[in-house]
Design a binder for this molecule. Structure first.
Ligand code: ADP
Length: 267
């Protein structure tokens, strides 16, 4: 089989969203899809079928499919499965070749990865116990202020005096935000305070591992420039992001699938 006929797919079944990436035999992106629902929903199958139709191929033409993420065990058609950490490290090393620290904030957890000069995972810390400091916290707060998560960063731009959200528990923070709204605090200041609260939690996690520059952010929350800016302020460093940040795990999975499909590419 010639290289041009290889199609490698990565499918990242997250808690909140499903992401698929299709690579050709040279490792170039030929399709990618994010569907805003994750494990246990129609999201994984939709992400896969939408990306295959974007690529103009059907499942029988897929040479290898690597499943990753929270719901990776449930993927039919997978030829392999790989842990989220391995896939994130692999994807991040390609998206951000200069990164030594990768901060991934997803819908249900946050992880900080340390990569060596070759992009190999050296160490990590993770919060998967508490919704504060994850995308879930932002989703809950966005609902209260009647915004989509994609509109939070813009809303926070008008902030003049970011609200201090002192509750560290999401449920209490929800009541705190409602009571601030009731006393007339503006949405911009509330949202800026919510961004700061998420950034505080994740910066604490990152400091436990130690920050080695350069720093990159992945996961869906990397699309929120308000959280990225708050993290930059707290960590005192620039943070790289990419329009493909949310696809990082799926990209890493697709790279593993490509190695399975053409073992001579293995690094
Ligand atoms: P998971 O892999 O756990 O499903 P993701 O890495 O896809 O999670 O991140 C999901 C989170 O990303 C959501 O909880 C939400 O807060 C945030 N998010 C998703 N899309 C956007 C967007 N367009 N703009 C800002 N934030 C977003």
């Amino acid at each position: 089989m010639g290289q041009a006929e290889i199609y490698a797919v990565g499918l990242d079944v997250g808690s909140t969203s499903s992401k698929a990436v299709v690579l050709d035999g040279t490792g170039a992106f030929i399709a990618d899809t994010v569907v805003g629902v994750g494990a246990g929903t129609s999201g994984p199958a939709r992400a896969l079928s939408e990306s295959l139709s974007q690529a103009g191929i059907d499942i029988s033409q897929v040479s290898a499919l690597c499943a990753t993420g929270y719901g990776r065990k449930t993927v039919e058609n997978a030829t392999m499965e790989t842990s989220e950490l391995s896939c994130h490290a692999k994807g991040a090393a390609r998206l951000f070749p200069e990164a030594h620290t990768v901060i991934d904030i997803g819908g249900q957890d946050a992880k900080v990865l340390r990569l060596d000069d070759r992009g190999t995972l050296q160490d990590f810390v993770m919060n998967d116990k508490c919704a504060a400091g994850t995308g879930r916290f932002l989703d809950v707060m966005a609902r209260i202020v009647e915004l989509d998560v994609s509109g939070l960063a813009k809303a926070a731009e008008q902030a003049t005096s970011p609200a201090k959200i002192s509750s560290t528990c999401t449920v209490f923070a929800e009541s705190e935000v409602i009571s601030k709204l009731a006393t007339g605090v503006g949405i911009a200041d509330i949202v800026a305070g919510v961004h700061q609260s998420v950034a505080d939690r994740v910066a604490g996690l990152a400091r436990r591992l130690g920050i080695k520059e350069k720093v990159a952010m992945t996961g869906g929350v990397a699309l929120n420039s308000g959280v990225v800016a708050a993290m930059e302020g707290l960590l005192g460093t620039d943070i790289m992001t990419s329009s493909k940040s949310q696809l990082c795990g799926a990209y890493g999975a697709a790279l593993f699938a490509l190695e399975q499909a053409s073992p001579e590419r293995s690094e």
